[in-house]
Design a protein around this ligand. Sequence first.
Ligand SMILES: C[S@@+](CC[C@H](N)C(=O)[O-])C[C@H]1O[C@@H](n2cnc3c(N)ncnc32)[C@H](O)[C@@H]1O
Length: 297
Amino acid sequence: MLTAVELRAAVPNVAGDAPGEACHFPQPGEQGTAVKGCTEENSVFVDSFLYDDEAMEALHEAEPPQLSRSYCPDVAKPKECLPLNFLSHSLDLQELGFIFSSRCLGDLKGRTICDVGSRLGPVLWGAYHLSTAERIVGVEMNGWFCDLQRKIVKSRNLGDRIAVIEADICSEQGQKQLREADVVVLHNVFEFFGDAAAIERCWTTVRACVSRKGQRLVTVPSLEEAIKKIDASRAPNLREWVAEIPLAYPEKEVDPEQAQAQEQEGEVAEDDSSDDDDEDEDEETEEFTSIKMYVVK
Ligand SMILES: C[S@@+](CC[C@H](N)C(=O)[O-])C[C@H]1O[C@@H](n2cnc3c(N)ncnc32)[C@H](O)[C@@H]1O
């Protein structure tokens, strides 16, 4: 599998952004989905395909640190800093392992998979190495990322199964790929890359083109979450469109030291948490719960 270290050298920063790329955080009062509670001020992007936990720890621990853990809402009060939220534009290796396992997509022999917004290509490399999908298509609107993906496809001889298409998913070419795919992957795809009108247009296109019975969608976050802020009168009707396929999420592996620390914290926090429901508890003990799968009815 392509190593993250090789790719790191090709991108200009830890966020894994293309040169000159600007992400769009929805502004207060603006429609368009955002990752819960994350704002431009309290969040920072670190690409988790390029930097796993260990590599990220090394950035924090570097002298001087290459990545801060906190931010100060008031620069005049440097002691009142808060922890930063870390966001990633890419799926990491563990998430890819889950998606292409029998717990999620299972056997893809002879199938076509389309990753909408393929960026650095983790889904493409994952599909190539971890599945037997016959055709693996990345549709990406950013030309710089397409060039980078194509270079890798060429240097690694992956062109027998992978195709990279530079296009907006709403274009004719993009729509064709959506219609032809057996599996469509949508990972935080439109959230940070357009305004509310663009997000709505993209989801309307996906709804119209991924409409063949049996086509599957793998999404992060859930479709409900992703379309939440689109005006209900224009948002895709999920009940008519898809059925969710329940996934067998694995239990989180527990690091004993961390568990002990959390237990101690929990003893204090427990008094505050009154009636957490079962679902929340499951999400805390299981991995990859933001990954959802649906089948078109
Ligand atoms: C969060 S990244 C997902 C990366 C990759 N699919 C993964 O899961 O690791 C979303 C990507 O979608 C691209 N994108 C956003 N809107 C798009 C559109 N309308 N058509 C094609 N690509 C789009 C962005 O340029 C960005 O590279």
